[in-house]
Design a protein around this ligand. Structure first.
Ligand code: PBG
Length: 325
């Protein structure tokens, strides 16, 4: 006698019975790009199916997402008024702050709002911290990130998600939130964020690519994709500094990193299937080389299998609408 693994693959029902990983709607997070003009709904060419939205349109979109079962939204701001310090990010009347107030007023606890915190969409040089010549300054950037976080928490954000990769920012943000009495506002840290080539479409969406001033890329602060131990180090540091959830980003080329961080840390792990990963699926489907829904099903389960608890994906809405998961 020899063992026959095919017995458990014989029928759809048996396969369903023994599947080790499941993806359920409340694990999904839908990202949104928010602009000042309330009625704006401007498609992003690099991200088919995703648009920059004003708060009227966002409100309607989030209501529809809630109907589908998506309970968590991740918000990014997109603004025209940029300066060297990214001041627009901490404006209480900024597009994200306004949108959060409106969403929380309308949906309350039914909706969890995560606010991305970074300088790159608000700075005229496009870097995630302050710059001095060719340097991205670490400690000088922390108070700005902390102020932006407090302003988003005051608007009603449930979770603050710093994506800048400055050292010590989780502690600075935690302290600032606590000082403002926001002890209940959590931190989802982009802990292991790699200097990836898969962010291209996002930078078009958020108008956040590095420009003429400062270094030409983000490799002095985002991680080197040849390294895994560095991800564990970052995750444990963020945990120690007060992060409530830890993120690995991107997801698909980093499944080993998700597994390593999950094993080492004692926090829920989020994985971000980033813009380039989304666009790659769209391009394959567009060319007729693969079925879009099947690709999304495979990707989401792969990321769950690696150990992610929370899945951030531009495909969240489509996955539920078309019953891909
Ligand atoms: C901002 C930020 C980026 C992403 C999320 N927050 C881009 C970057 O670091 O340039 C990428 C998300 C995506 O590609 O979907 N710091």
């Amino acid at each position: 006698m020899f063992d026959r693994p095919r017995r458990l693959r014989a029928t759809p029902a048996i396969r369903e019975l023994v599947a080790e990983t499941r993806v359920v709607s409340h694990q999904l997070v839908q990202p949104h790009f928010v602009v000042a003009d309330d009625r704006a709904d401007v498609p992003i060419p690099a991200l088919p199916g995703i648009s920059r939205m004003g708060s009227d349109v966002l409100r309607a979109r989030v209501a529809a997402d809630l109907e589908l079962g998506i309970r968590t939204a991740l918000l990014f701001g997109v603004v025209d008024q940029k300066d060297p310090r990214g001041s627009a990010g901490e404006d209480p009347q900024g597009p994200v702050q306004r949108a959060i107030r409106r969403l929380k007023r309308e949906f309350g606890e039914a909706l969890t709002v995560i606010a991305d915190v970074c300088l790159c969409t608000y700075t005229d040089h496009g870097h995630c911290g302050l710059i001095d010549g060719n340097h991205v300054l670490n400690d000088a950037s922390l108070p700005l990130l902390a102020r932006q976080s407090v302003s988003l928490a005051q608007a009603g954000a449930d979770l603050i998600a710093p994506s800048d990769m400055m050292d010590g920012r989780v502690r600075a943000i935690r302290e600032a939130l606590d000082q403002d009495g926001r002890t209940d506002v959590g931190i989802l840290a982009y802990s292991a964020k790699y200097a990836s080539n898969f962010y291209g479409p996002f930078r078009q969406a958020a108008d956040s690519a590095p420009r003429a001033q400062g270094p030409k890329d983000r490799r002095t602060y985002q991680m080197d994709y040849r390294n895994r131990a560095d991800a564990v180090r970052e995750a444990l540091l963020d945990q120690q500094e007060g992060a409530d959830l830890l993120m690995v980003k991107p997801a698909l080329a980093y499944l080993d990193v998700i597994a390593a961080v999950k094993a080492a840390a004692a926090r829920p792990i989020a994985a971000y299937l980033v813009s380039g990963e989304y666009a790659a699926v769209e391009a394959l489907a567009e060319k007729g080389l693969a079925d879009r829904g099947a690709l999304v099903h495979e990707h989401l389960h792969a990321v769950r299998r690696a150990g992610a608890d929370v899945l951030i994906t531009y495909h969240a809405r489509a996955a539920l609408q078309h019953r891909w998961i």
